[in-house]
Each structure stands twice: as structure tokens, then as C-alpha cells.
Design a binder for this molecule. Sequence first.
Ligand code: SF4
Length: 442
Amino acid sequence: MTTLASPTLARSTKTDPGLEAIRAKILAGQRLSLEEGELLYSTPDVWSVCELASLVRDRMHPGVAYYNINRHLNYSNVCALSCKFCEFFRKKDEDGAYTRDLDYIRAEAQKAIDSGATEMHIVGGLHPYLPWDYYPDMCRAIREVVDKAGSELHIKAFTAVEIVHLAKIAKKFKRDDRKAGIRWVLQELKDAGLGSLPGGGAEVFDDRVHDEAFKGKIRHDAWLDVHTVAHELGLNTNCTILYGHIEQRKDRLVHMDMLRRAQDQALARLGYTGDPDWRKYSGEYEGIDDNSVDAITLTREDSKLPHPDMASGGGYFQTITPLPFFPDGSELENLYGPSGLENLRTLAVARLMLDNFPHTKAFWIMQTLAMSQLMLKAGADDIDGTVVWYDITKVGGQTTHQETTVWDLERAIREAGYEPVERDTLYRRVEREGKAWRVSIR
Ligand code: SF4
């Protein structure tokens, strides 16, 4: 007689033998090819894909999962562009358009300090009329409030799309030397207090998809230029992939491959060495021919993850955050958007393909906290933070006030079987007594 506890029942889902070769490579800490990525996407055995991603995640972050206490600030929703998928932007005189002044921003910084936050996450639209000075002034205003309070608050701000826009309004943008203008903007913002870049605006690095859904927005080459220059300046950055709209799964894999190549270069600058035998892993994908840097993986047993306190400093991608597309309220609301299983699978594939990224994040605001909890068993080691206000994309048309508590985050992590660890923006452990906190170096 079969009982409910039977191992036969527990293994009743058929595993895909085609995944065994991939499993062997993963166990050996070797880089997967894009063809192997396609198999991870096409196999019906999604649970084995999640299990493999979980294995990698547990090797890199044994027993723990991260969250942070943060506060989001959208300084303006006025935008010169009108991306089809976006329900955030408004035109200047449209109902609901807003632009925050420096007093508002100072007050938000004070609220962040009062709530014990370690990070302010700041993004906005591409405002056509705000002067360049507004942006470094915003960073300086926050720093003044922080210094006056004798506190600390990391400013994570401005997507790559905004940085290119700022280079244009600062009149530093040159088509024939894009990186020079980007470098000028990032250095000025860094001097004013910017600590790192978020990962938004990447969407999907495919020109066809870009021209169809994100017309006018920077393409992958400019996005990667911004992050490369930021890395060269010692700023850590993050990245995203927006999936489940008009792109194909293959487009997602190419996107991931471009990111891990940029990370190979960042890690090489920090002194990591790679495996030259893996130069030819790109297979026959068009447009990918840059094999100038060896593949550097961080998923072996003995891999040392980059850390902001390492002697060589920062300047690398910290985390990949897969973002599911929400059709409601956008120009693409005829689409279904990705299913729960597609969300799990894409998170797992990102963990497995991006073998040189220290972290993989389940962004609970867009995935829901319940789904993020499952994602901790599909490759995620981070579920983001308390947030308070998120105005960019709403799950099921929720209001803009989105907030959760440390208690909820920790409970979700514990239920999934991990020790919750509060981190700062740079993934350093935080030791806390109420609202007072300090970074613990481990
Ligand atoms: S996605 Fe960004 S750039 Fe596009 S319309 Fe929305 S705010 Fe503007």
C-alpha cells in the first residue's frame, strides 16, 4: 500500500534525463552555454531547474537569505518618453503629474533616518525641464540631512536611462564619445553623495523588442556603457530583466549572457581570473562575438564572492532582479503576462546562467511576498526591503503605498528554512539596536 509519505509519491514528477549533463557542469562550477539555457527553459521538468538553482544559491549563501530596511523615493513621474509597458509616467500638465522639491526630499531623508533605514532608493522619469543641478543638489540635500542627524544612509539612485538623460541635459553627451559624458555625470553625482546604481531600465537587450515596446529608450549598448563606467569609478550597480511581454525566451538568455560578460570584465578589473577554455561558450548566437575576457564563475565550492571591503574596492554587479511584466494599465494590456511557474523558472535560470553574480533577488513588490518566499527555493537569496513607497509598477492595480515590516520579511525567510540577515545596500551584514545600526564586517 502506498502511503502519503511514500518517496515514490514524492518523486512522482518525472525528472528530465536531459538535465543530467547540465547538473554535472553545475556541480563542477562550470559556465552554462546559451543552448543549455534553452534546455533549462524548454524542459517540462521545471522543478529540477529550481532544484539546481537552489543548489547553486545554497553553495553561495549557505543557510541565509537577505533583506534590507529601505525607503523608495520617486522624485518625479514626468517623463519625456511614453514606453508602452509603463503606467508610471505622466506628461507635465497631466492630472497626477508631480515633481518633488528639495524640501520634500529632505523630509523624506529625515523619515528614512527616523525609521532606521539604511538605504534611499531614488528613481524618476526623464523630466524634460528640470535643470542638471537639481540632481546633484538632491544628493547633497540628503547628505546634509544625514550628516546633521549623525547618521548614515546609502543613496542608490538613477537608472542607466536617467544617467544618459542627465548627460544630455548637462550638455555633456557626445554621440561619438558616449562614455565621456556618462563618466562626467557619474563622477559629479558620486562627489555629491551617490553610492550605487539600481538596475532598472535594462528591459530586454534586444533591438527588435526595444524598438517595438520601449521606443526612444536607450538600447543595451548605452545601458551597458553606464554600468561599465560606474564599475570603473568603483560604484557597485545592479541589473534587471523585464520579461513576459513581447520578447522570446531566447532574448532573455542573450540578455543574461551580455550581463555576465560585462561582469566578467568588472571582476577581471578587480583581479579575478577566469577560465580561457570557456571563451567559446557563446555558440552560434548572432551579435555575440566579444570573447576578449575569460569566463569568471563564482559558483565553485572555493569561489570567493566580491565584497565592498575587499582591498581592490567595488565596481561590479551585485544582483540580478528578474521583473515580471504586468500588462494591466499599460498599452500592452492585451497580453497575459508571465505565469507563476514562468516567474519561478526565470528566476532559477537567471541564477544558473549568471554564474558570476553574487546575488539573485526576488523583488517582493512585483513578485508578491508569498511568491518571493517560494523563490528562495528557486535560486533567490534576497527579497529586497521594507520599501514604504513604490510608484513604478503595481501588482493588480494596488495603490502606490506599498510597505512591509521587518517582522513579515523575517517570518517569510524563516518559513522557507533560512536565517534572515539584514544587509545594507552593499550586502554587508547590519547589526541593529532599534533604529541605530552599524555595518558588521564579516
Ligand atoms: S519606463 Fe521610464 S522612460 Fe519609459 S515612460 Fe516610464 S518613466 Fe519614462
